[in-house]
Design a protein around this ligand. Structure first.
Ligand code: GCB
Ligand code: CA
Length: 856
């Protein structure tokens, strides 16, 4: 039988040993991430996998990624099972739900894709075991059900095998370790630690047990040991509460000094002195307050919260990341000058919180209740369960200051029609009230927080019941103008002066292939993202009553359903998905790192430029120094003052590769940054250069396949090239069958023609078009931004080049599909020193997205 065969093979191949050294041994823990098998249905054959694993690599390829069940199994061989011990499996995350079986029997199940669960397998194991875990990322009764990210399925964090003596710290408290440490007294003069420790006696007799907590200073000195004895009946779980004596002048935990005290908690048999269980925690002494008019305070000192939102995926692994990848992210943020992180939109790996504690990043963590509260049986209960789990599992991380439970929960509701909205409003407010109470019951020491989108409805219906309001503001991106951001904040503060406020999201998208000297919202140019950020950040920094911010997002992250310039990517990141910083990250660094000199030539995202020879190119420098000097190929271009942490040099670049070097002086020390830029003159058609025009766009587009640069569109001038008439348009719809989507996402429409002055001869002319008359449905997040042009049905036109009709009664969707790249080349003879491309309408308005011209 299949199972037997599998079993023998595994026995031969790998004998997984769970070595129990002696009966005395206390807790033992090891990962069992290796040697799993996976399949999506019984029709498929098993595939060998290791954990962490996700079955949604398809989210990189398609909008409708797989959402449903996934089956995992492995054998587990235990050379010895000690009757005196207990055995558990801990799954750090299985999305969205897991059902766990051992040797054919169900041992537990879990709802929630971002929190851990522990199952007791003691009664089910033998020496040779079959472990089966079924996950399901399609469940609609578990958050999230609607959001701007991929709901990756799989067992995508570690799985542990744990064994303990029969008396141990509680293993059945919502995936927590049963120990909860708080600081009932904390100020500059003294700190007091309270250790709440749940102990379970799984032996058949009652026993007297002792819990000891040894407290060590950050320097490693033993300060105190607090202990308590208690008799526990068989099967009882008892909560020990030990409070320390005062620790005088504690080293306070802060972003600059993340001092951690070690608390070693042990469970001991006081009679024999035998050690039964042990767990270490590192805790910081810190206190904090939010104030509606004065902002955020840590340990009595005013701080601006400087942070980023963090999504967890990284191509090509998806979310199946090793701990070191998580830790690397926190290092990067610290390096940038962050003192804050919004762990968005869901609880993340323990490794993240551990690094926040170690490096001094204050943290906001939340559960993913997003966009709308559905009317689904069981949903609310599951939300409450996940909130309690998050708090209990991450309670001991001193970095955490706020717990969140809803994000933009009114994003779509008001537009769903009155009766449904009234019911939805009631559901939402009820759930918020319920979760707010749960949060305070679980952890009165942290602030509750919720992220609102750009409507005052949240305040009006009472969702400002939270301690701190987070605003996700995208003025100058999805809506309005940049300055409306300031106005929004000011208006809120005037109306709700006592309400502490964080800008929990703000961001603009950018695509390294797109550049513009006149960047604007939704052109996805690198330059507009910079403009947006350079507007928001100084306002946040200089406004006392704004507690701080979290930029959206740390990285370009995967959203299978997103379209725009990079389908399946939300490209608002400060770093690319591979964690390489975009240039604009150095603006944050210059703003936030006052302790080190920062200087950066902000052109790594635009190293290959095309332009008119002898026409200045702008070179931006990000720096926190008063002035910087720029050198090109060893020659000084001069010094410029820095304002708002940047300056722009307008320089003439020679053709070819140039070395750029920027330099500044801080505290008598010279600091430099250097890079090379490749500058190409505008194509000369006569000499055989290819002229590529990004019709309808203000952007240069450089294909990362061919490296050819498509020039921004321009009106015709004599001796050059450009359009005559027509109107520019754009779309956010994904264009199929091309990797150069942005060319097709902008076009000219109406009564246009193109004139290109070029010598008489034979030419190859390529026209690029995509019919977007039927726009694709967009994510709710886009707030109808760039609502697709309403075309009146089918469009048909003739196309002529140099007076010759090359297409008759043509439509780019003839034989093709909507939103699909159409590209056709024509060999044409130019008899008149210019090429004219024109269209004649048959039905609707003719349109064109790109032109490429090459002399033969
Ligand atoms: C938001 C959402 C976030 C989205 C972001 C965006 O407000 O909270 O999940 O990814 O906007 O980029 O649209
Ligand atoms: Ca175009």
């Amino acid at each position: 039988m299949q199972y037997k065969v599998l079993f023998k093979r595994c026995l031969l191949a790998i004998v997984v040993m769970f070595v129990v050294t002696s009966l005395q041994a206390q807790r033992e823990m090891k990962t069992i991430n290796d040697n799993w098998e996976f399949r999506k249905s019984i029709d498929e054959s098993w595939e060998s996998v290791n954990l962490p694993h996700t079955f949604n690599i398809d989210a990189y390829q398609q909008r409708n990624y797989y959402q449903g069940k996934g089956f995992y199994r492995r054998t587990l061989v235990l050379p010895e099972i000690v009757a005196e011990r207990r055995y558990y499996m801990k799954i750090d995350a299985a999305s969205k739900a897991a059902n766990i079986r051992v040797n054919g029997k169900e041992v537990g199940s879990h709802v929630g894709g971002y929190t851990a669960c522990i199952v007791d397998i003691t009664e089910y194991i033998r020496k040779e075991n079959l472990i089966e875990i079924t996950v399901d990322n399609g469940r609609k009764d578990i958050t999230p059900i609607s959001a701007d990210f991929t709901f990756w399925g799989g067992i995508y964090r570690d799985v542990w095998l744990i064994s303990t003596p029969k008396q141990h710290f509680n293993m059945s408290n919502m995936g927590s370790d049963g120990i909860f440490i708080s600081t009932p007294v904390v100020n500059e003069k003294r700190g007091v630690l309270k250790v709440k420790c749940e102990v379970t006696n799984d032996s058949h007799e009652s026993s007297i047990l002792e819990v000891r907590s040894a407290i060590y200073s950050p320097q490693g000195k033993l300060l105190q040991t607090i202990k308590q004895k208690q008799k526990l009946k068989s099967g009882e779980t008892y909560i020990f509460e030990n409070t320390s004596g005062a620790i005088e002048s504690p080293d306070l935990w802060s972003p600059e000094t993340p001092s951690l005290y070690l608390v070693k908690t042990t469970l001991v048999d006081p009679k024999s002195g035998k050690l039964l269980d042990e767990k270490n925690h590192k805790v910081g002494f810190r206190w904090f307050t939010f104030d509606g008019s004065k902002g955020f305070f840590l340990n009595g000192k005013s701080y601006k919260l400087r942070g980023l939102n963090r999504h967890q995926d990284q191509a090509p692994a998806g979310v199946a990341l090793d701990d070191e990848a998580h830790r690397r992210d926190i290092f990067l943020m610290k390096e940038l000058g962050c003192n804050f992180i919004r762990i968005s939109h869901f609880p993340q790996d323990d490794a993240i919180l551990e690094m926040c504690d170690e490096l001094g990043l204050l943290a906001w963590e939340e559960i993913p209740i997003i966009n709308i509260v559905p009317n689904t049986p069981g949903y609310d209960d599951n939300c409450e369960y996940n909130l309690r789990e998050m708090i209990r599992q991450h309670y001991n991380h001193s970095s955490v200051i706020t717990w969140g439970y809803m994000n933009e929960i009114l994003l779509t509701a008001p537009s769903i029609g009155k009766p449904e909205w009234l019911a939805c409003k009631e559901r939402t407010v009820n759930l918020a009230q319920r979760l707010e109470a749960v949060l305070k019951e679980e952890d009165p020491g942290r602030a509750s927080v919720m992220a609102f989108n750009m409507t005052n409805l949240y305040n009006e219906i009472g969702l400002n019941l939270v301690d701190v309001v987070g605003w996700n503001l995208y003025h100058g991106w999805y809506v309005d103008k940049l300055k409306d951001f300031n106005a929004w904040c000011e208006d809120q503060h005037r109306r709700y002066p006592d309400q502490p406020m964080i800008i929990s999201e703000w961001g603009a998208g950018s695509d390294k292939r797109l550049h513009s000297t006149q960047g604007r919202a939704f052109d996805f140019s690198i330059e507009y993202q910079q403009t947006y950020i350079e507007h928001y950040l100084p306002f946040i920094e200089n406004t006392e009553w704004i507690s701080g911010c979290a930029y959206w997002n740390f990285i370009d992250f995967n959203v299978a359903a997103r379209q725009e310039s990079m389908p399946r990517v939300n490209n608002k990141g400060l770093a690319y998905n591979n964690r390489i910083w975009k240039d604009v990250a150095y603006y944050f660094k210059a703003m936030w790192r006052k302790d080190i000199p920062v200087i950066r030539i902000a052109s790594r995202d635009w190293e290959m430029r095309t332009g008119e020879i002898n026409k200045p190119q702008s070179i931006k420098i990000y720096s926190n120094m008063p002035e910087v000097e720029l050198f090109i190929n060893g020659q000084s271009i001069g010094c410029q003052k820095i304002a708002n942490c940047h300056t722009v040099f307008n320089v003439i670049l020679p053709e070819g590769i140039s070395v750029l070097m920027a330099q500044g002086i801080k505290n008598g020390k010279t600091v430099q940054d250097a890079m090379t830029i490749q500058f190409k003159s505008l194509p000369n058609i006569a000499e055989g250069d290819e002229l590529a025009i990004n019709v309808g766009s203000n952007c240069y587009f450089t294909s990362d396949i061919s490296n050819l640069t498509w020039l921004p569109d321009q009106p015709y001038t004599a001796g050059g090239w450009g359009y005559i008439g027509g109107k520019a348009h754009s779309t956010t719809s994904e264009i199929y069958n091309t990797l150069d989507g942005p060319i097709y996402q902008t076009w000219r429409e109406g009564n246009w023609s193109y004139k290109i002055d070029a010598p008489i001869g034979e030419y190859e002319i390529e026209l690029l078009i995509a019919d977007v008359t039927k726009p694709a449905a967009q994510l709710a997040n886009l707030l109808n931004k760039n609502k697709e042009e309403k075309h009146s049905g089918e469009t048909r036109f003739h196309i002529s080049i140099c007076g010759k009709q090359v297409e008759t009664n043509f439509s780019p969707i003839d034989g093709g599909k909507h939103r699909t790249a159409f590209k056709r080349r024509y060999i044409i003879r130019n008899e008149h020193d210019h090429i004219v491309i024109s269209a004649g309408a048959v039905k609707g308005e003719p349109f064109l997205a790109g032109i490429k011209v090459r002399k033969l």
